[in-house]
Write a protein that binds this ligand. Structure first.
Ligand code: HEM
Length: 385
């Protein structure tokens, strides 16, 4: 099977940490082999320090394959008076300065820290580049909008197994970016249980079962290809989704499972089989009722129902208190319409979404990996800055 192997990711820093930054990030250079080719040969080129890339791709999207247990997502606005490309390059350098010297800024082991950076619609738009399908999210149902938590110019997603490392890295990045003129919009820490494969969310259900996972699936569904300005990148959607946890859990277990379309204990589809079985949307009871109910979340979100591509969901649970907790939703896809079509379908009726309110939301283009020589967003923002 064409399964993505993550073994080579582990310990790469110690293996190649001695390489100069430019050498370690050589795969980001224009003359580097295409990412797919690099993957095919099992080659993973790490950056020195913590901003690691696979081929030309930023970390924190599909590698490490198993997301680290802690994350902080922060969204900023940027002062664009100096020109978009220059500002983005400066922000990229700020991130690198902080992360390329692991011992230096924390005095603690950074372990598997990854930093993923995305550019908002204002930046990509002002550079005159047209990303098919754009980056502007339309209005959806059950949103509690605030100007501060809607949209933004810069996404910084920090992930680490150690929550202290994630928190410190975000704190230091926030200070450094502010010194460069960035202003913070919102920031949210998230967590997920340790372990391989799908892990439980705050409702107690295994989450992340149906996700693109093989190299072929990820190349096809997540990454933009080609030599154009967006090649080697992907589109991130981040949304803070507050869940009425007590309301959902007040339902009987049967109702909860009908709302999801899967069993709580092991994630097995209601259409039958165990936790590894595929969802069979056509399966019916002898009386003609769907085994996976019409309003079950897994049915509503299924690409066959939405007519869209697939997304890579890589979210985290979050908790700011009993009345503000839920899912820090993070998805990566090669077209915004994958998310939009799916969300619209959920808006039209979904027995889980009745308990969900969006309180923060934004979409970003995640450009290829960057380095001192290959500035953040250079290909998409070009010389126009
Ligand atoms: C608080 C909000 C949400 C919770 C708790 C949640 C939870 C779940 C759970 C438990 C599953 C079934 C297991 C799995 O396949 O991972 C699932 C599937 C899925 N969810 Fe969500 N989800 C939420 C919001 C969303 C949103 C906003 C989207 C996209 C707009 C989405 C897209 C999907 C997709 C694409 C699947 C897989 C469907 C399939 O079987 O093909 N979810 N979700």
């Amino acid at each position: 099977m064409d399964t993505q192997s993550d073994n080579s990711w582990i310990g790469r820093r110690s293996l190649l940490g001695a390489l100069p930054l430019a050498t370690a990030l050589g795969a980001c250079r224009p003359d580097a082999p295409p990412a797919a080719e690099a993957h095919g040969k099992g080659v993973e080129r790490p950056a020195q320090g913590v901003v690691e890339s696979v081929g030309e791709r930023q970390p924190g999207v599909d590698h490490p394959a198993q997301p680290q247990t802690h994350a902080v997502v922060s969204v900023y606005d940027l002062p664009l008076r100096d020109g978009v490309a220059r500002v983005a390059a400066r922000m990229g350098r700020t991130v690198l300065e902080l992360t390329e010297n692991p011992g230096g800024f924390l005095g603690v082991e950074l372990g598997d820290l990854t930093v993923t950076v995305g550019l908002g619609p204002r930046l990509v738009g002002s550079a005159g580049q047209a990303l098919s399908g754009g980056l502007e999210l339309p209005a959806f149902a059950r949103e509690r909008r605030t100007a501060r938590a809607w949209g933004g110019d810069l996404l910084v997603q920090v992930c680490a197994s150690d929550p202290v490392v994630a928190a410190l890295a975000d704190t230091r990045l926030a200070a450094s970016l502010a010194a460069e003129g960035a202003s913070g919009r919102w920031s949210q820490a998230g967590f997920r249980p340790p372990g391989g494969g799908p892990v439980r969310n705050l409702l107690g259900f295994p989450d992340g079962i149906e996700n693109p996972g093989t190299r072929t699936e990820l190349d096809h569904e997540v990454w933009l290809d080609g030599p154009g300005p967006f090649g080697g990148g992907t589109i991130a959607v981040v949304r803070r989704l507050r869940i009425d946890v007590n309301g959902f859990l007040a339902q009987s277990r049967t109702r909860q499972e009908e709302a999801i379309g899967r069993r709580k204990a092991d994630g097995a589809p209601l259409s039958g089989g165990d936790g590894r079985a595929r969802l069979d949307l056509s399966a019916k009871t002898p009386r003609g009722r769907y085994l996976v109910p019409a309003m079950a979340h897994a049915r509503r979100a299924n690409p066959n129902a939405t007519g869209s591509g697939r997304m890579l969901r890589r979210g985290y649970s979050y908790r700011n208190g009993p009345d503000d907790q839920g899912l820090l939703f993070v998805s990566f896809q090669r077209a915004l319409r994958t998310f939009v079509a799916t969300q619209r379908r959920l808006d039209d009726g979904d027995d889980l979404m009745r308990f969900v309110t969006a309180t923060a939301s934004a979409a970003f283009f995640v450009p290829p990996a960057f380095s001192a020589e290959w500035p953040l967003g250079e290909r998409v923002l070009g010389e126009r800055g």
